[in-house]
Design a protein around this ligand. Sequence first.
Ligand code: NAP
Length: 295
Amino acid sequence: MSTTIAFIGLGIMGLPMAKNLVNAGFTVRGYNRSPQKAQDLAAAGGQAAGTIAEAVDGADVIITMVPDSPDVEDVLTREDGILAHAKSGAYWIDNSTIRPDVAKNLSAQAAQRGLKPLDAPVSGGEAGAINGALSIMVGGEQADFDAVSDVFAAIGTTIVLVGPSGSGQTVKAANQLIVAGNIELLAEAVVFLEAYGVETTSALQVLGGGLAGSKVLDQKGQKMLDRSFEPGFRLALHHKDMGIVTAAAREAGVAIPLGSAVAQLVASTVQQGNGGLDHSGLLTVVEALSGKNQS
Ligand code: NAP
């Protein structure tokens, strides 16, 4: 009998991930708050569920992919939510990026109810979701991780168990710190190069071949040059993640001075009404600080 997966949250990341699970041969029942996206999954060979209860009923694996800690808590614990309707023994994989302490707490609640929880945030962006090439950092029990390896293999290529419950989210917080810092410095370099009238496409090409090269440069460089900031990964979500890493570092007594500065720049971009832009739109704040407003 084939594995049935309930997929909750069919946004920029969730929908292509769910489609990849369909293509891998799983039976996938999708639920989305606004129903059209569940129809999009149905058109791609999945099934559309009208409620969370309907999606998770009898499912072997339940995946959540919603924005923030309160959203995951809501879909898990509300009256018609996952805990109330999932079958005992089902695996619950949370691919959302949320606070590590909340992940640990919700995982404990799920385990109490007989579920097998894995916090499994992802990295790789929309392109990684579409191509099934995500990096997945997982917190939880080894046996549970092993049991759903075929599910992870359908959506990711680098899949690592990093420790007990909550650890996946801790690693993801570090990921978001590194990515935001990279984007900020790339944005500063682009505005700097443009100020000198350098041919920027050539400049990024040669920078990409040396130690300054990075996946951030590869994926976001041209978008910055084109001022093409359609998400992708919304700045409002990266603002959430900078809040997570800033609070978690403070809790651990770790200084992240550059990360804190970048967090302020991300916050400023969001406050200026640009939270809906892709995170490469951090360039707009560098331009504003430099009195060069092309975007
Ligand atoms: P998104 O496009 O905003 O999608 C979020 C989905 O969750 C939407 O379908 C939304 O439904 C649904 N949702 C929101 N609040 C909900 C609630 N309270 N109850 C039920 N459903 C709710 O976000 P995304 O970019 O896919 O990101 C999802 C998660 O992945 C976030 O934690 C993000 O940080 C993380 N992530 C994103 C990327 C990326 O590049 N985008 C990369 C790695 C990780 P509606 O359609 O009704 O709004």
